[in-house]
Write a new protein. Structure first.
Length: 67
């Protein structure tokens, strides 16, 4: 099972935010942003920070799919 963050990028576009804006708002590192960009796994703590910063739930920023 793999993960995609396409929904996250759509939310950023809708909110007219850049990745750097999200990084600062959610207090996450550049390395963690790179993992998101590559659709790699991140911790639930980071997902929680992103959701809090954007005012959304995990299912609104990510989706799972079979490889």
């Amino acid at each position: 099972m793999a993960v995609r963050y396409n929904k996250l990028w759509k939310i950023l576009i809708d909110k007219k935010m850049k990745k750097k804006d999200l990084q600062e708002a959610a207090h996450i590192t550049h390395y963690q942003m790179m993992k998101l960009a590559r659709d790699e796994n991140i911790t639930t703590e980071i997902i929680g920070r992103i959701c809090k910063a954007l005012g959304c739930t995990p299912d609104e920023i990510m989706e799972f799919y079979d490889e």
